[in-house]
Design a protein around this ligand. Structure first.
Ligand code: PLP
Length: 425
């Protein structure tokens, strides 16, 4: 019988691994923060790194490009090397650059050369920006997205059936872009299996790993992905609007970037200022513009913390904490009048770092929870997402969150809020 007592939650915290990392983060006073899958909290190391870069700018001006520590000119590649250790890639296959959407544009325009095979495959549960980018890439090639973009349907509006994805891999499909973890339900796809099946059919495949890097280990090279993108502001705790990452498998280093820009030029020759574009033969060749150095500094500090904690340890703890939360919801919130349903797959190998609770009125339950300083979020139509950061959340916070949700329903506090949605949820 699962123990739903508060004392058990506290006991779990006492034996909790990685608990020493919580002090390295700024936890807003009195707040239970369960939004590490949207914007991770600020870590002290990120803050001190930004201060260092500000000092370099103050004292060196433009000389920071070569005189900074690390030199700003090479910072994108340096962060690529660090992040490559998180995702099982070679240093030169990863670079910190742009934003997730821009990186999707870059990689799809680099890979998608429709001739006989013209279709791109994605899915109806994908984060919308990925779909917008794919549509515009198809249009740029003079084709009709209504015909060329195949969207895999979902039987339950939560998850994707991997066998169905494979069935749709026809000889007309040129390229596939899928999420690693679905942003709403938290389903984790088997990237290795899907990549193998795509390659059997001569289809290129990449993943948007925004909801998995920093909380789930990856082995991009072993799985043989063609490309990947991910942001750094979620489980990586890189800060609001922090620069994103891209991965390109080294067997594609000969491909010319679809979107050329001077930061992708052969590094040693960038300042020769020649008009003929020559790309660096690495992930760095896919950079476009001058990077944000304070943004890099934030990501750098946050990466140090992740690497120090170790991604396998983080995943182990994330699995334990998400399982605990699901058991608690089952035990306390599943029956009337609570009626919360867990939309996240139960199988530990099929889920990432957050738990999706469903109920028809989660929009206002989220507002009531926010009012109690429990920071969760709402995703339409009916999902309350609870994301656990193994580096700063505790079991006791999870217990308190479930208790708050119970009290909200008991007191009908959520009925005080309108169902009209605000601009940012
Ligand atoms: C899966 C996924 N992809 C892309 C994005 C958007 O990324 P960006 O704003 O960096 O382009 C998000 C934002 O939350 C996301 O969740």
């Amino acid at each position: 019988m699962f123990d739903i007592s508060e004392s058990y939650a506290k006991e779990l915290d006492r034996s909790m691994e990685l608990s020493e990392y919580r002090d390295g983060f700024y936890i807003p006073e009195g707040v239970i923060y369960l939004l590490g899958n949207s914007l991770g909290l600020m870590c002290k190391k990120a803050e001190s790194n930004v201060e260092k870069v500000m000092m370099e700018w103050r004292e060196m001006g433009i000389k920071g490009w070569l005189g900074g520590d690390p030199p700003w000119f090479y910072y994108a590649e340096k962060l690529g090397e660090k992040a490559s250790r998180l995702v099982g890639a070679k240093a030169e296959e990863v670079v910190c650059t742009g934003t997730t959407t821009v990186n999707i544009h870059q990689l799809v325009s680099t890979f998608y050369k429709p001739k006989k095979k013209t279709k791109i495959m994605a899915d109806v549960l994908n984060f919308p920006t990925d779909i917008y980018a794919l549509r515009s890439q198809i249009e740029i090639k003079g084709l009709d997205p209504e015909k060329e973009l195949l969207l895999i349907e979902s039987d339950d509006s939560r998850t994707l059936d991997e066998e169905k994805i494979v069935e749709m891999m026809s000889e007309k499909v040129n390229l596939i872009l899928l999420p690693s973890v679905l942003y709403r339900s938290g389903q984790l796809l088997d990237m290795e299996y899907l990549t193998k099946e795509a390659h059997k059919r001569d289809i290129l495949i990449g993943f948007d790993c925004s909801h998995s890097v920093g909380v789930v280990p990856h082995q991009f090279d072993d799985w043989n992905l063609d490309f990947a993108v991910w942001c750094s502001y979620k489980y990586m705790n890189g800060g609001p609007g922090s620069p994103a990452f891209l991965y390109i498998n080294e067997r594609h280093f000969d491909k010319e970037p679809g979107l050329a820009g001077w930061f992708g030029y052969v590094k040693k020759k960038q300042f020769d200022m020649l008009l003929d574009f020559r790309s660096e033969k690495s992930a760095g060749g896919l950079q476009i513009s001058s990077p944000s150095i304070p943004g890099f500094a934030m990501v750098d500090g946050a990466l140090d913390v992740l690497l120090d904690a170790g991604i396998d340890n983080i995943r182990k703890k994330s699995e334990a904490m998400t399982s605990y939360l699901m058991d608690l919801v089952d035990g306390v919130l599943s029956e009337p009048p609570y009626n919360f349903h867990i939309g996240t797959p139960r199988d530990i190998n099929k889920r990432g770092g957050h738990v999706a609770l469903e109920r028809e009125d989660t929009y206002r339950i989220n507002l009531a929870s926010y009012n109690r300083s429990v920071v969760t979020d709402f995703r339409p139509p009916n999902v309350l997402r609870l994301a656990i950061s193994p580096l700063y959340n505790t079991y006791h916070e999870l217990w308190q969150t479930v208790d708050h949700l119970k009290e909200i329903i008991d007191s009908e506090e959520h009925l005080e809020y309108s169902m009209d949605r605000a601009a940012v949820t």
